[in-house]
Design a protein around this ligand. Structure first.
Ligand code: AMP
Length: 268
């Protein structure tokens, strides 16, 4: 089946009604586009769980702060659609801002405290924007399963919490981070890096992997700072609640020049 494209909610729901009539299982993979191998891994996994895979492409203005990169976030619709077709997705949902937030739109979904720590502390309102758009996408599609990357680990925890708290009846699957050969986590934002910054960037993952105990955190921060990173945070947190912990997950956010990189690993 060829990739169909719906750029509004009516088209989306017409396509989904056809799948429901055929008793098919639906998977949703929400993205902001500029698709890379990390997104494609989500699509490939989605195909194992469903007959009909919907990928959404929407650069969500509500999750960007006023001085963030909403305007310059990479957009590549034509090549994204080609990739989704090749990967075997059935539908690309590419709503406009007006389709997602029509005139009079007012509601915000807030993940509460979980959205105010770690990245939330440095990007106020970011996770309200994420929870709002993901909540809307989940309800618009009502998939059996939705897939997200562990690359955005706090986001994944927040979405798991969201569907539990709001009784949204679907399965959430998190997938391991896909990386470049040198360890750098794939990200649409890697395109912002200068060649020098790109050469330094793999140190982030290398340093994360070197952390074994809480005593390793300060030396790791010093090594990253020495290499030119400006750290927002480097912390060990509980893998589920994200509360401060001595085992669980190591999470980092750091700037290289004008590019903010995030990454995380399980603390082994
Ligand atoms: P984005 O387009 O950046 O909003 O990401 C869309 C989805 O792809 C999210 O669930 C991300 O966590 C996931 N994702 C982004 N980068 C990667 C990666 N390197 N490996 C696996 N999943 C990823």
């Amino acid at each position: 089946m060829q990739l169909a494209v719906a750029d509004n909610i009516a088209g989306l729901q017409e396509a989904l009604a056809g799948v429901a009539r055929a008793s098919g299982r639906v998977a949703l993979v929400p993205t902001m586009g500029a698709l890379h191998a990390g997104h494609m891994a989500l699509i490939a996994e989605a195909r194992k769980h469903a007959d009909f895979v919907v990928a959404s492409i929407f650069v969500n203005p509500k999750q960007f702060g006023p001085n963030e990169d909403y305007g310059r976030y990479p957009r590549a619709l034509e090549s994204d659609l080609k990739k989704l077709g090749e990967a075997g997705a059935q539908l690309a949902y590419t709503p406009s801002v007006e389709d997602m937030y029509p005139e009079g739109y007012s509601t915000t979904i807030s993940p509460g405290a979980l959205g105010q720590i770690l990245c939330g502390q440095f990007r106020p309102g970011h996770f309200d924007g994420v929870a709002t758009v993901v909540g809307k996408l989940l309800l618009r599609c009502l998939p059996h399963v939705a897939l997200f990357g562990e690359k955005d680990y706090q986001q994944l925890c927040i979405i798991r919490r969201l569907v539990t708290d709001l009784d949204i009846p679907m399965e959430i699957i998190g997938l391991p981070t896909i990386r470049e050969a040198d360890g750098l986590a794939l990200s649409s934002r890697n395109a912002y890096l200068t060649p020098e910054e790109r050469a330094t960037a793999p140190l982030l993952y290398k340093t994360l992997k070197s952390i074994r105990t809480p005593a390793d955190i300060e030396p790791a921060k010093a090594a990253l700072t020495q290499a030119g990173f400006k750290l927002d945070y480097l912390e060990i947190r509980d893998a589920e609640t994200l509360a401060p912990a001595t085992s669980g997950r190591v999470l980092v956010a750091a700037w290289l020049g004008k590019t903010r990189l995030i990454d995380n690993v399980e603390l082994s």
